[in-house]
Design a protein around this ligand. Sequence first.
Ligand code: UDP
Length: 255
Amino acid sequence: MARRRRVYEGKAKVLFEGPEPGTLIQYFKDDATAFNRQKHAVITGKGVLNNRISEYLMLKLGEIGIPTHFIRRLNMREQLIREVEIIPIEVVVRNYAAGSFSKRFRMEEGTLLPRSIVEYYYKSDELGDPMVTEEHITAFGWATYQEIDEILNMSLRINDFLCGLFTGVGLKLIDFKVEFGRLWDENDEMRIVLADELSPDNMRVWDSRTNQRYDKDLFRHDLGNLQEGYAEIARRLGILPEAGPRDLKGPETLQ
Ligand code: UDP
């Protein structure tokens, strides 16, 4: 197969040039990193599970009218996406205290918050993704007030939808991170769309009854087998690759 042009390589994904202008291929790696790359491991099967979970969640969100960059899954590890201009902000939505929030407010992990709380972080490995407010975002020109407004509304809709979806399968959505991008259509009209990925790498998901964790905290804090946790989320959502974990090598064409 001809080598494709690599457009970008991040911690967990690689972006290649797509088959048509305005498209990219998003490849999910098995690499897991935490604490700004201080901890690293290769976890067989993670990329395949994240590709499948992200596809499923993006399609479901598309069904309720959230525009996304997702076009279709190509194989076990790759999906075709629209090329967007990434807005350099990580939007974190929290329903329960955990992680950095628990530390900051000395609040026990798992404490239900009085309402969902949205935070913004500036995407910069060099600066360690500092938390920012609308003031920083608009003053530095990362996004306009109107764009932030749209991003906030979309993030809250995504949260409501995902909370319902997970509750239905006995899971609790503790928090998650999303990224958005600008997409221009033929008439040069710009739309904000959900971009990046939506996978257990970017969300905390616990069992509703036992509080068992199934997300990246398993890796961050050596709490258990990450691949099994992600597979459990996929299983509950009814989307575990049929051949099971043995079939997690990819890339192979499905369909
Ligand atoms: N998160 C992420 N990327 C980051 C930082 C956080 O996907 O660079 C996700 C993380 O998985 C969690 C949520 O955002 O679901 C909130 O993370 P938190 O601020 O508690 O940071 P952490 O404790 O993960 O460092």
